[in-house]
Design a protein around this ligand. Structure first.
Ligand code: BGC
Length: 512
């Protein structure tokens, strides 16, 4: 079987029915979850660079920025404050913990219950942030936002994949990333506008507006139908059939329904999905689901997403120029993601990973070199206008590369390499590793900038070299491969093949 090609067999991907308006609308509502996540990523950097916000909650940072002391001349260190980074990063720690609870709730009570709880928690968090009078309320609000993100990120991608007809599953999965990037962009523009507000309360608007996508998702989730898979999982086969007929727009859903029931039966037979995950035959999945989210974060993308305005200010840009440059990278991020939607099933995952990786490496070396040349080790210096523009260009080229490679694929690939029997632990590992390293980067970046200075860009660039090599040698191409065929794909791989017993790769019971 090993050399047998990976053509879709039977009716995989060819079920009856089409793309109905109903499925599109439900998916748009569900994708609001990505908007929550994205808005949050984009808002914190802008807010933490606003003077009024710093004066109120982080006076020490504010004074260091403005008092002109010797230390202040060192541009690299002026924002290095652990409490300030805790503001950004506490959310991801909360999301990491919440995602474990969310995975149980999603399984037992259905996807929409998780979306509802996530939206609600996010809504309360946004309100607390908007009215916060002290740092404790601010951090509690952040933690509630984190719980919201944990629930949304666990349930929304699963919801989208389960609702989507197989033939557009890849594109719909990336729809989640499209929503993330739009959320980041909206946040960038909101910050740009609220920074103008004179009364010192602009940051409150920025933080409170997170309640808008949260409200959409909370109310939307009440009206959303649950997925057929989830309904079957809870034993209601007739109801699942009616739902499938509605979302596919046809009476004849026998084939798909049969497969869903078979898949659900097969998954139920696996008593210990977590223990299974550590069996040698799932080694490729274990490695891919752990390394891909780690690699996604160690590209350094969130240095730009969280701290672009702070970074630009560190490099001597003015307030407005900093926020504007951050908004420009936000636009590039959205547009680039559409490149991925259009090409991922044509050119494949590996081609995008490798092109994106090489482009990122070049940009990181150039950015690190430029900053090193102008600011040296002391951190004293400035850019001319032309140099500043070139720097923004390099950062945009880096963001573009990420947006069509590691951004969407970092979520897509781990979710598609796992056979059904280990899909849920695989996804849980993916989400939690991602959140953990998002936390580490958010918490560590300003200190790292202060200590390793421009070398930080070489540090991330070095990792991108490693991960590009990993993709080249160790990542099997999953383009157009049905999920049910993953064991065979691994069996045929030069390295992973030895972990997969022959009977697993050819056995029918694994191709439910
Ligand atoms: C990542 C985020 C990142 C975003 C940028 C997502 O795929 O998980 O950490 O901020 O892409 O667009």
């Amino acid at each position: 079987m090993a050399g047998g090609g990976f053509v879709a067999q039977g009716h995989v991907g060819n079920y009856n029915g089409g793309v109905t308006a109903f499925v599109v609308i439900t998916c748009i509502v569900a994708a609001m979850g990505g908007l929550l996540f994205g808005y949050d990523i984009g808002i914190s950097g802008g807010v933490t660079s606003m003077d009024d916000f710093l004066m109120k909650f982080f006076p020490a940072v504010y004074h260091r920025m403005t008092d002109g002391s010797a230390r202040d001349k060192n541009q690299y260190c002026k924002y290095d404050n652990h409490l300030l980074t805790l503001f950004t990063s506490s959310l991801y720690l909360a999301a990491l913990v919440a995602s474990f609870f969310a995975s149980e709730i999603t399984r037992v009570f259905g996807r929409k219950v998780s979306m509802f709880l996530g939206g609600l928690s996010f809504l309360i968090g946004a309100m607390l942030n908007g009215i916060a009078m002290n740092i404790i309320v601010l951090i509690i609000g952040r933690i509630l936002l984190g719980v919201g993100v944990g629930f949304a990120n666990q349930s929304v991608p699963v919801y989208l994949s389960e609702m989507a007809p197989a033939k557009i599953r890849g594109a719909l999965n990336i729809g989640f990333q499209v929503a993330i990037t739009i959320g980041i962009l909206i946040a960038n523009f909101v910050n740009y506008g609220t920074a103008e507000i004179k009364g010192g309360w602009g940051w409150r608007i920025s933080l409170a507006l997170a309640g808008v996508p949260a409200l959409f998702m909370t109310i939307g989730s009440i009206f959303l139908p649950d997925t057929p898979n989830s309904i079957i999982e809870r034993g209601h086969h007739e109801e699942a059939k009616r739902m499938l007929q509605k979302i596919r727009g046809t009476e004849d859903v026998k084939a798909e329904l049969g497969d869903l029931i078979a898949a659900s039966e097969a998954a139920k037979k696996v008593q210990q999905p977590w223990r299974n995950m550590f069996l040698p035959r799932y080694r490729p999945q274990l490695v891919i689901c752990s390394l891909i989210p780690f690699f996604q974060q160690i590209t350094g993308i969130n240095v730009i997403m969280f701290y672009a305005p702070v970074l630009f200010k560190t490099l001597g840009f003015g307030d407005k120029a900093s926020l504007m440059s951050a908004a420009i990278t936000g636009v590039v991020n959205v547009l680039g993601t559409f490149v991925s939607v259009a090409t991922v099933d044509k050119f494949g995952r590996k081609a995008l990973f490798i092109e994106g990786g090489v482009q990122m490496i070049i940009c990181q070396i150039a950015v690190g070199g430029m900053i090193g040349y102008k600011f040296g080790l002391t951190g004293e210096g400035s850019f001319s206008k032309g140099e500043a523009n070139f720097l923004v260009f390099l950062i945009c080229a880096y963001v573009a590369a990420f947006s069509w490679s590691w951004g969407p694929l970092g979520w897509l690939v781990p979710s598609e390499v796992c056979p059904l029997e280990v899909r849920s632990p695989g996804q849980a590992i993916n989400v939690s590793v991602n959140m953990f390293f998002t936390f580490i980067i958010a918490q560590g970046f300003l200190s790292m900038l202060c200590h390793i200075k421009f070398g930080l860009f070489f540090f991330f660039g070095g990792f991108v070299i490693l991960m590009t090599i990993f993709v080249f040698f160790f990542l099997p191409e999953t383009k157009n491969v049905p999920i049910e065929e993953m064991n065979r794909l691994m069996k045929a791989h030069w390295f992973w093949g030895k972990y997969i017993p022959d009977e697993v790769a050819s056995g029918d019971k694994y191709t439910a």
